[in-house]
Design a protein around this ligand. Structure first.
Ligand SMILES: Cc1cc2nc3c(=O)[nH]c(=O)nc-3n(C[C@H](O)[C@H](O)[C@H](O)COP(=O)(O)O)c2cc1C
Length: 360
C-alpha cells in the first residue's frame, strides 16, 4: 500500500466514530488484504528479554486486539510481539457507548471502554485454533462484578498457560472502579503472591509482567518497586493511560471521562519509567509504553530505561505502515549513532528523566 492510499484510508476511517473505525480495522486485518512489512530482520534490533527472543523491540500494546483475533496479522505488519486483552474470565459488555474519543490535534485518545471482551474461553479457543506467529502476550484482568478480583487474575494464568509466551497483570485500567487500588503494597503483595504461585504450579515457566498507571506518587513507586523485587517479578510495563488532562489543546472532548493515551502521555509515562528503572536496577526487564509514534520516541523510551516498547494510539494515527517505518528508522538510528545493537541506547537518559517531577 502506498503512503497516499494509506493516508486516504485513514481519513475515511476518521469520518467514522472511533469504535466503528476500530472494528473495521480489525476486519481489514482479518481479510489479509493489508500488506505485510517487508521483512526487517536487522539483527541489531533482535532482543532477549525475560528469557524470550523478540525479533525486534516494538510491540502492539494491550487494548487493540482485546479478543485475540488478529495477533498473527499484527506480527505480519512488523510488530515483534503482540499483547492481546485485557481478558476477563466472563465475557463483559463494558461501559455504554460512545466510550472512545479522538483528540485529533493532540494525536491522543480518551477511552472508557471498561474491559469489554469476549471472556477467557472464547479467546483461548481462538488462539488454540490458529497458527501462531511471533511472541504472544496475554493481558489479564478482573470482571467488574467479581467477588474475588485476585481470583480472576489467577484464573487467567490457569486458562492461558498453554498458549501464552508471557502474561501481563493489568492493575492500571482507570475504567474498572477500584481496580487501581490493587497497586497498593498490601493488595499487590496478595495479588502477585497468588498469581505467581499459580504460574509456578505450571510445567513451563511463563514470565509475568505487571502493568502500572502513570498517575502514581513517588512513595507509590517505592512500594511497587519493593514488591516487584521481593516477589521476583519478571518485568514491569510502564504505563497505562492517564487520568490527567494537563497540557491538552482546547477541545470539548477533553472533558470526557476515561484514560488519556497518545502523545500527551509520553512525557509522564517516560518519567515514571525512568524512576522505576532507578528503583529496580539494571536487570529488571522494563517495557515502555505511552505516546510512541516514531522511531525517535521509541528510542527515547529506551534511553529512559526500556528494554522493549509498545504502542497503541500511534497506530490509530499512523496506520498499518507505522510499525515497518519505525523498525526501518530504528535501524537508521543504529547507523547514525554507530550502535552495534539497539540495546546500547538503554539508560543513556535514565538519570535525566528520573530527576523530573511527575506532571500534575
Ligand atoms: C482504546 C484503548 C483501549 C485500551 N485497552 C487496554 C486494555 O484493555 N488493557 C490494557 O492494559 N491497556 C489498554 N489500553 C492502554 C494501552 O495499552 C497503552 O498502555 C496506553 O494507551 C498508552 O500507550 P499509547 O499512548 O501508545 O496508546 C488501551 C488504550 C486505548 C487507547
Amino acid at each position: 500500500m502506498s503512503r497516499f492510499l494509506d493516508g486516504m484510508a485513514r481519513r475515511a476511517l476518521f469520518t467514522l466514530d472511533p469504535e466503528t473505525a476500530h472494528g473495521l480495522s480489525i476486519t481489514a486485518l482479518k481479510s489479509g488484504l493489508l500488506p505485510g512489512c517487508s521483512a526487517n530482520r536487522d539483527p541489531r534490533l533482535a532482543v532477549n528479554v525475560a528469557g524470550l527472543s523478540f525479533p525486534n523491540p516494538l510491540g502492539m500494546a494491550a487494548g487493540y486486539d482485546k479478543n485475540a483475533e488478529v495477533a498473527a496479522e499484527l506480527a505480519r505488519l512488523g510488530f515483534g510481539f503482540v499483547e492481546v486483552g485485557t481478558l476477563t474470565p466472563k465475557p463483559q459488555a463494558g461501559n455504554p457507548k460512545p466510550r472512545i474519543f479522538r483528540l485529533v490535534t493532540d494525536h491522543a485518545v480518551i477511552n472508557r471502554l471498561g474491559f469489554n471482551n469476549q471472556g477467557h474461553a472464547e479467546a483461548h479457543a481462538r488462539i488454540s485454533g490458529r497458527r501462531r506467529a511471533g511472541i504472544l502476550g496475554i493481558n489479564i484482568g478482573a470482571n467488574k462484578d467479581a467477588a474475588d478480583r485476585i481470583g480472576d487474575y489467577v484464573a487467567g494464568i490457569s486458562c492461558f498457560a498453554d498458549v501464552a509466551d508471557y502474561f501481563t497483570v493489568n492493575v492500571s485500567s482507570p475504567n474498572t472502579p477500584g481496580l487501581r487500588n490493587l497497586q497498593t503494597r498490601e493488595a499487590l503483595s496478595d495479588l502477585l503472591g497468588r498469581v505467581l504461585a499459580e504460574r509456578d504450579a505450571k510445567s513451563k515457566r511463563i514470565p509475568v509482567f505487571l502493568k502500572i498507571a502513570p498517575d502514581l506518587s513517588e512513595p507509590d513507586l517505592d512500594d511497587i518497586a519493593a514488591e516487584c523485587l521481593v516477589q521476583k517479578l519478571d518485568g514491569l510495563i510502564v504505563s497505562n493511560t492517564t487520568l490527567s488532562r494537563t497540557g491538552l489543546n482546547p477541545d470539548p472532548k477533553t472533558a470526557e471521562a476515561g484514560g488519556l493515551s497518545g502523545r500527551p502521555v509520553f512525557e509522564r509515562s517516560t518519567i515514571v519509567l525512568a524512576k522505576m528503572r532507578q528503583r529496580l536496577g539494571a536487570d529488571m526487564p522494563l517495557i515502555g509504553v505511552g505516546g510512541i509514534d516514531s522511531a525517535e520516541t521509541a528510542a527515547e523510551k529506551m534511553r529512559a530505561g526500556a528494554d522493549l516498547v509498545q504502542l497503541y494510539t500511534g497506530f490509530i494515527y499512523g496506520g498499518p505502515l507505522l510499525p515497518g517505518r519505525i523498525l526501518r528508522d530504528l535501524s537508521r538510528i543504529c547507523d547514525r549513532e554507530n550502535l552495534t545493537h539497539i540495546s546500547h541506547l538503554r539508560d543513556q537518559k535514565t538519570a535525566q528523566y528520573a530527576a523530573l517531577d511527575i506532571p500534575e
